[in-house]
Design a protein around this ligand. Structure first.
Ligand code: REL
Ligand code: ZN
Length: 421
């Protein structure tokens, strides 16, 4: 590589490292939510990604494992994946990276030493440190209007930390009406489990009222649902009715995008609990039909199967009301981020959001973003070097503008809000 090209490569990495990011989908909470905010070594080790990997090596019976305390579970994961084996998978490497960047003694291979080191951390300062090290400027939570642990916050002061914003999560309205209607009923909405011709309109009216109330109460940035690969649209069921006649109209009315996370097959192995889901290929035609029929709605879309990624990028070239985002869950691995980011840039320029963290545990922000940044920077540098060879002069401010657009601008423009800088 020519010295000038090596300089451009370094410059790209520097700009990508320095640009603060908006993390548009996480399962993190601000400290207002108390125990819902997960942090610390025991939470890191019992992340469901690691639990799935532990069960591949250990003979422990699933019921026995779940009957243990969190600390006992963490001990077993640590022993299995970090002491008896080399932590080379993406999820285990991330724990090593977190410890190393926070100055935690991972090399001692002594979990009690790690616990002790974490014990000296004060949560408020720790949150600041983690966000600073990860260079994350803003975090979008996943907020469930049916979660009673969240209610005290929403019914009182709301979120006090301005670095956290809400996403109104409504999977069950589309996938499990029995559950959703009972919970809505308990909150005073007039809905019933059974759909009949006579009650259809009032069910939908009440669902709209519910969505409006919660979106306003949370000041939600968007409404979101994750869906199976079998998601079909339009279908002759309550799901399509709720989507078309409640969710999409409320999104339009409140000027909110709908985030669809498509391609999760839940609980293929229920014995693994949260670790028991897998990815499932989806039919992109369903999404295409949704986009065709609802040009005045905006959709942020991520898909879970590798097989769907290229066609999603192609579809986004046809519909500007869709914003592809992130490398979700099993795609949040080095090889997939690299592949997806390259062809997304090739097909979409900077009109997508390259990554979201999906973190469940605070400190994961550090490695999920650190690794993603390096891979995204590699992909970008490759494009800039090629562009320069074609005869374009690539300047630092061009790179800064592009990276800011990918890391922040696309999201904030799509949600139609002032940037929270
Ligand atoms: O938001 C979702 O539906 C998923 O991201 C989660 O269900 C999943 O468990 C998450 O931890 C994956 O990263
Ligand atoms: Zn998620």
């Amino acid at each position: 590589m020519l010295a000038q090209e090596e300089g451009l490569r370094r410059l790209t990495h520097e700009v990508v490292q320095q640009c603060p990011v908006t993390d548009m989908h996480t399962h993190l909470y601000s400290a207002d939510f108390d125990s819902l905010l997960l942090w610390g070594i025991d939470e890191l080790l019992t992340y469901h990604y690691l639990i799935a990997e532990m069960f591949r090596h250990s003979d422990v019976d699933t019921d026995t494992f779940w009957s243990w305390s969190k600390q006992e579970q963490a001990n077993h994961v640590f022993q299995t994946l970090f002491v008896e084996r080399t932590p080379i998978s993406e999820a285990t490497q991330a724990v090593v990276g977190v410890c190393q960047r926070l100055g935690m003694p991972i090399l001692s291979k002594d979990i009690d030493e790690l616990r002790e080191a974490w014990g000296s951390r004060k949560l408020t300062e720790h949150i600041d440190d983690v966000l600073r090290i990860a260079n994350v400027r803003y975090i979008v939570m996943t907020n469930d209007p049916f979660d009673s642990l969240e209610h005290p916050v929403w019914m009182n002061e709301g979120v006090s930390d301005q670095r956290f914003g809400a996403a109104l999560r409504i999977d069950s309205l589309l996938l499990n009406w029995t559950f959703a209607s009972n919970r809505m009923k308990a909150q005073g909405y007039t809905v019933t489990e059974q759909w009949t011709d006579a009650n259809r309109d009032s069910q939908l009216e009440e669902t709209r009222r519910f969505l409006r109330d919660w979106a306003r109460r949370m000041d939600a940035l968007y409404i979101a649902a994750s869906l199976p690969g079998t998601f079909d649209y339009p279908a002759d069921d309550y799901g399509t009715a709720v989507l078309e006649e409640a969710i999409l109209p409320v999104c339009k009315e409140l000027n909110l995008p709908l985030a669809l996370m498509i391609g999760v097959k839940r609980q293929v192995n229920p014995a693994l609990l949260l670790a028991g889901d897998r990815s499932e290929c989806a039919d992109i035609n369903a999404l295409e039909r949704l986009l065709v029929r609802h040009p005045a709605n905006r959709f942020m879309v991520t898909m879970l199967a590798r097989e769907n990624q290229h066609e999603l990028a192609v579809l986004a070239r046809k519909f500007r009301n869709v914003l592809p985002f992130g490398c979700w869950w099993f795609l949040h691995i080095e090889s997939m981020i690299d592949e997806m980011t390259r062809f997304r840039i090739e097909l979409l320029g900077t009109s997508f959001v390259p990554q979201h963290s999906d973190c469940r545990v605070l400190e994961q922000l550090i490695t999920k973003w650190c690794y993603s940044r390096t891979i995204i920077a590699n992909a970008l540098a490759h494009k800039y070097i090629r562009l320069q060879r074609e005869g374009w002069q690539v300047e630092r401010h061009h790179i800064e503008r592009d990276v800011d657009e990918l890391f922040n601008g696309q999201f904030w423009k799509f949600v139609g809000r002032e940037r929270k800088d």
